[in-house]
Ligand binder design. Sequence first.
Ligand SMILES: N[C@@H](CCC(=O)N[C@@H](CS)C(=O)NCC(=O)O)C(=O)O
Length: 207
Amino acid sequence: MAKLRLTYFDFDGGRGEPARLAFHIGGIAFDDDRVAGKSWPALRDRTPFLALPTLEVDGEVVSQSNSINRYVGKLTGLYPEDNLQAFLCDEVMDAAEDISTRIGQTIDLPEDAKKEAREKLAAGHVTRYLEQLQARLKAAGGEYFADRRLTVADLKVFMLVRWLRSGVLDYIPKDLVDTVAPQLVKHFERVAGHAKVAEYYQRRKAT
Ligand SMILES: N[C@@H](CCC(=O)N[C@@H](CS)C(=O)NCC(=O)O)C(=O)O
């Protein structure tokens, strides 16, 4: 097995977390390199595209969260082998990435502009994306997004829904997912209740 080092910011969420979870679920050892915010400026220029996460594989540093998710998904058995199921898995991950990016772009706005942008997003793109993700989930059988089993797409949406429901995003109602896409809440609970996922967060809480 290659030597694997996943580098991401030191919190339990965001773009690096699906790969951490996938490694844990698949039982694959990796170096969980957690970067403190104050160390980031010095590291930034050494990342391929000035951003995290990165995954180092036997000394080669590769980036882009969904590319990492696919690679780690293949290593851990959490990525479909069937081409169409893989396509569905990718679409969901990229949609989750799109909407996370749109929301992320509001984080550093001044308060008034943030309010305006987020209210517009909540009523527009975020609602649309959640409804469509729910439709994809239903079309895939209602439990998982692809292959009728847990894949990295489920882990990616799990992080998105957790973020939206956490209450940290002012002006995006934290019950928006519950209101417009209740099946995504059920999906969130399904993933959170997965034995390995639950065990992972129990362990994280204890550290
Ligand atoms: N398209 C990239 C986006 C990466 C990205 O924006 N990462 C954020 C953290 S989630 C980052 O590194 N922000 C620090 C910065 O831009 O200085 C991916 O999916 O990995």
